[in-house]
Design a protein around this ligand. Structure first.
Ligand code: LLP
Length: 414
């Protein structure tokens, strides 16, 4: 766990969370720089000895300072929109370390990415390929592409975050891949650079990556026999993280072993990994404050200022996040729903959670909220999105200011 009690006070690195929440108000996202660096290093060390690029899946958290930090460490980016490309470039991420995934790249976005000279497009349909070819032709350049091939691998994760199974909207069917590559190789403004697959998110085990690699390698061999050269093998997103004490994620090094047991025969290829959650997820917390408590006869409710608009994962995926009191007490434990103020029954952070009884104004920390927290936040119910802080040792930096109420109507016509 990122946070630790010193006495009764919860800390991030060397800083008391009570001090931070009092100064910066809640909801407040707090990240540990050391943990982000360690998480990135785990991938770099894990994949040591083989040519690789770590392309951070910035959808997990695209804060400018966090991207700058990763960029300085040599990280690339996996992007899924023109907006993410803009952010990546602004943060100094090298275009030659940017891969572009996503099923719905618009013409404008394709043109922007081509002009920015990114490493490659992970193409998800034949129509997309035709469009890239057309736009690259207009710009008189060659577009580097890989196909995102759906390897039809079953993985154990929430149904909304599996992506590599038949019937998902992602990628191209495995059976069509060879034919599409042959067609692409004949297109004037297309240069085949690689092959890509992404099988899902929050995968705790490396076995599915190994199964996918086996299928993909058969395709690579067939393509290379036909004269189509593959330089990059993109293995998709990273490993899952420890949301609960029973989650035991395997390590980047084990991931390397699982894929390299298949791919080590290719000496001339670069492996691309697109981790998001495992870089930032357990490096961040979301803190909030208890507003009221009530009992509905059968249930205890703890109403906090953290809503589904700040962390939608419990509402969307019934995701579990550990919740800790910022000040430990000896109060008796109760079973309660911990909910937010939004007018939706799905606005909860935890259901039937055993927690030491909290009082009005107590602060709480929702653990492992660094990934898909603020990046999925909204202003629904005209709620203000909180600030983000980056902590290193005893130093604190505000890396996003909290919304002000004026921000709510700043873009609306008055
Ligand atoms: N690459 C591609 C093409 C992806 O679609 C994703 C995630 C990643 C990489 C990064 O996967 P990661 O390393 O973070 O597992 N909002 C959901 C997760 C959605 C993941 C979507 N794709 C959640 O909060 O659990």
């Amino acid at each position: 766990m990122l946070t630790k009690y010193k006495g009764s006070e919860l800390f991030v690195e060397n800083i008391s969370i009570t001090k931070l929440v009092k100064k910066y108000n809640t909801p407040l996202y707090i990240y540990s720089q050391t943990k982000i660096e360690d998480n990135f290093k785990a991938y770099k060390d894990g994949f040591k000895g083989i040519s690789n690029i770590v392309c951070y899946a910035m959808k997990a958290n695209s804060n400018h300072t966090i991207l700058k930090l990763l960029s300085k460490l040599g990280c690339g980016a996996d992007i899924v929109s023109g907006g993410e490309l803009y952010r990546a470039l602004k943060a100094g991420i090298k275009p030659q370390k940017i891969v572009y995934s996503g099923v719905g790249k618009t013409s404008k976005e394709i043109e922007y990415a081509l002009k920015s000279n990114i490493l490659m497009f992970n193409v998800e349909s034949f129509e997309e390929l035709e469009q890239i070819n057309k736009i690259a032709g207009k710009l008189k350049i060659k577009a580097k592409i890989s196909f995102r091939v759906n390897p039809d691998v079953d993985v154990h994760t929430h149904k909304y975050i599996t992506t590599g199974k038949k019937g998902n909207k992602f990628g191209i069917p495995y059976e069509d891949a060879f034919d599409f590559y042959i067609k692409a190789s004949k297109m004037k403004n297309i240069e085949i650079a690689g092959i890509d697959s992404h099988i899902g998110s929050q995968l705790l085990e490396v076995k599915p990556y190994n199964i996918a690699a086996l299928r993909i390698s058969k395709l690579i061999d067939k393509l290379e026999e036909s004269g189509i050269k593959i330089k990059y093998i993109d293995i998709g997103g990273g490993l899952g993280i420890k949301y609960t004490s029973s989650d035991k994620p395997q390590t980047p090094e084990q991931l390397k072993k699982a894929v390299m047991s298949i791919y080590s025969k290719y000496k001339d290829k670069t492996i691309i990994i697109e981790p998001g959650r495992s870089i930032i997820g357990d490096a961040g917390i979301l803190t909030g404050q208890v507003i009221y408590k009530k009992n509905s006869g059968t249930k205890n409710f703890i109403i906090t200022d953290i809503a589904m608009t700040d962390l939608i994962r419990p509402a969307l995926y019934e995701a579990y996040h550990e919740i800790l009191p910022v000040k430990k007490t000896n109060k008796k434990q109760i079973i309660a729903d911990i909910v937010g103020p939004v007018c939706e029954s799905s606005d909860f952070i935890a259901k039937d959670r055993k927690i030491s009884s909290l009082e009005r104004n107590d602060f709480i920390s929702v653990e492992c909220a660094g990934a898909y927290g603020i990046s999925m936040a909204s202003q629904y119910n005209s709620r203000l999105i909180g600030a983000e802080l980056l902590v290193k040792g005893s130093k604190v930096k505000v890396i996003r200011k909290a919304d002000k109420k004026e921000d709510l109507i700043s873009k609306e016509v008055k």
